[in-house]
Design a binder for this molecule. Structure first.
Ligand code: PLP
Length: 354
């Protein structure tokens, strides 16, 4: 069993447990101070133990993107789950009602077609399912496009068997979100449909959520670990980053470059701000190094601006661009404090794309 970083096979995902706890407490304190319900998104860590810790610290429940993640989290003891994804298709609807038979589940819908599927499945299972209307307040992914359409869909949901209209849902919180939500809430009030929950999310804008008082619930995922993206967005510093990839230098034949054993299968190939020039990771101890190119198992690191090069065999810690995507590549994570490995845990909900 690994006892220290030196014992780990690389590439290895390492999680600094003290930083995790500090990040979780900071967000919980913010939400408690502003009377916001915190419903963390587990898509970042995918670990039932961290979901339970989030709830222990004060979260009202958790958010999962996919049914597979939710099934793993329910097995791991989470009993209040928001599925932040439109559930479509006979087999998925059956999985949803099976899940709703054992834990509290809230679903989202952005069309009558989705709502009808939920209604039929819930009725068949003899359940009443809470449903939030998903509104597109500027991101242009899922969501009804206007506040008027949100009110119309809420009315349809409220009239469908097996469903209870529970409020509004959007992602992320953008400059236009406040006026969009205010209009929708006004329409809902006029229609006699109170929105119990108004759920929004995203780590970049999380600590400004109180400026949109219409929001009652915050969904954040990345805040637990942070990454190069959240540093660049100005919402985290290097000391707030809790998850890194331990890699080994496997080749150093050129004075200007070294090769690490952590390619796209270890760091994920997501770019920072869609700009390949910004590289694929920060290397601790080598601030001027640029991870220029990723192959599946190789990272090509440009060392031109570095005063010294690591030797073959040296281990380095790499901070990925997008930590959620990187975590999804690992079967297990090493929970660490300093150089000590406390535990190696399976990432139980990794790869749950269905
Ligand atoms: C629907 C939804 N809610 C919340 C989040 C959490 O966002 P973040 O990881 O920026 O905190 C995401 C992230 O992808 C999301 O898709």
């Amino acid at each position: 069993m690994a006892r220290s970083l030196d014992d780990l096979l690389t590439p290895a995902l390492c999680i600094d447990v003290d930083r995790v706890e500090a990040n979780l407490r900071r967000m919980q304190d913010y939400c408690s101070a502003h009377r916001l319900a915190l419903r963390p998104h587990i898509k970042t860590h995918k670990l039932p133990a961290f979901a339970r810790l989030q709830v222990r610290l004060g979260a009202c429940g958790i958010t999962c993107q996919k049914l597979g993640e939710a099934e793993v989290m329910a097995d791991g003891g989470c009993d209040d789950i928001l599925l932040s994804y439109e559930i479509v298709g006979r087999r998925n609807l059956r999985r949803l009602t099976d899940l709703a038979g054992r834990v509290r589940v809230t679903a989202v819908a952005d069309s009558l077609a989705v709502a009808l599927g939920l209604s039929e499945a819930a009725s068949r299972a003899g359940l009443t399912l809470d449903v939030l209307v998903d509104g597109d307040t500027g991101y242009h992914r899922t969501g009804v496009s206007t506040p008027a359409l949100a009110v119309e869909l809420a009315q349809r949901i409220a009239a469908l068997p097996g469903l209870r209209f529970a409020g509004l849902f959007t992602y992320p919180t953008l400059p236009a979100t406040r006026s969009w939500l205010a209009l929708a809430l006004e329409g809902l009030r006029a229609a006699g449909l109170p929105a119990g929950t108004v759920s929004s999310g995203g780590t970049p804008g999380a600590l400004s959520t109180h400026e949109v008082p219409e929001i009652t619930e915050l969904r954040v995922g990345t805040y637990i670990y942070n990454d190069r993206a959240t540093i660049r967005q100005g919402v985290a510093g290097p000391d707030d980053c809790a998850a890194t990839v331990l890699a080994t230098v496997v080749s150093a034949n050129d004075p200007e470059r070294v090769i690490l054993d952590a390619g796209s299968k270890a760091l994920a190939a997501d770019l920072l701000q869609h700009d390949p020039g910004l590289g694929h990771g920060d290397i601790a101890g080598y601030p001027a190094a640029v991870v220029r190119r990723l192959y599946e198992e190789h990272a090509v690191v440009d060392m031109t601006a570095c005063p010294r090069l690591p030797a073959v065999g040296e281990r380095v810690s790499v901070l990925p661009n997008h930590i959620c995507a990187a975590v999804n590549l690992y079967d297990e994570a090493a929970l660490v404090r300093g150089a000590a490995v406390l535990e190696v845990v399976p990432i139980a909900a990794r790869g749950c794309s269905r």
